[in-house]
Ligand binder design. Structure first.
Ligand code: SF4
Ligand code: SF4
Length: 211
């Protein structure tokens, strides 16, 4: 197996996508007068799956910058997290276990947190390749605001489609244009750490860094 390494130039593009998403998120949050300040909940216990080698490799760039003790701690927590989730999944439930990277409410790899971590909260929409539109209402607190202030009108929302297209294009470039031929990624953050950095059978890794 050959590790899928995210070259610096592609990591830079991923950061631009994240920034675009952040800007959109901030715009919508501002318009809604919404913030996470004072929230009794913490979304980091939500069970999310992630779908790109790109984000997996980017998480590993951040993870490798931690010292060895810290890495061991996070790996150990990730294994425990997986055991807890497996118990919930085994009885047909949706796991709700605090992310192994979360410490006292803060993200231990904040600069490298994943797209989903950056999008939860405000209303959003995205169009699937088959044209079907998906709508996300935002978190429970945001829905409370919308229920009062947007009774008779549409609330502002983040349009995720162009940003997700950019991420898909970036993923395809990382994989040398062979994204459609390679095993799909469907993985939690804990699995990303426990499995190690993303890897593909030798000869399948892409790393086409041309613009
Ligand atoms: S990676 Fe960070 S932001 Fe994302 S769920 Fe884990 S602790 Fe929360
Ligand atoms: S996104 Fe919503 S539920 Fe999550 S921490 Fe912020 S306010 Fe709370």
């Amino acid at each position: 197996m050959q590790e899928v390494v995210l070259p610096e130039i592609l990591a830079g593009r991923l950061k631009e996508i994240y920034q675009g998403l952040q800007d959109e998120y901030d715009r919508v949050a501002r318009e809604l007068h919404f913030s996470c300040n004072g929230c009794p909940d913490n979304c980091c216990d939500s069970y999310f799956l992630h779908h790109t080698y790109t984000e997996w490799a980017f998480l590993w760039i951040g993870f490798r910058r931690l010292d060895a003790n810290r890495q061991d701690t996070l790996l150990s927590r990730s294994r425990t997290w997986l055991e807890e989730c497996e118990k919930a999944l085994a009885v047909g439930g949706r796991p709700q276990v605090m992310c192994p990277l979360n410490e006292n409410g803060l993200c231990g790899l904040y600069e490298h947190r994943l797209l989903v971590c950056r999008t939860h909260g405000v209303p959003a929409r995205m169009k699937r390749p088959d044209g079907h539109e998906l709508r996300f209402p935002g978190c429970f607190r945001c829905q409370e605001i919308v229920a009062v202030d947007y009774l008779d009108k549409q609330p502002p929302h983040v349009e995720r489609t162009p940003l997700l297209h950019s991420l898909a294009a970036l993923e395809n470039q990382l994989l040398g244009g062979k994204r459609h031929l390679l095993p799909k990624v469907r993985i939690t953050i804990a699995e990303m750490l426990v499995k190690g950095p993303p890897a593909l059978p030798a000869g399948h890794e892409g790393r086409n860094t041309e613009p």
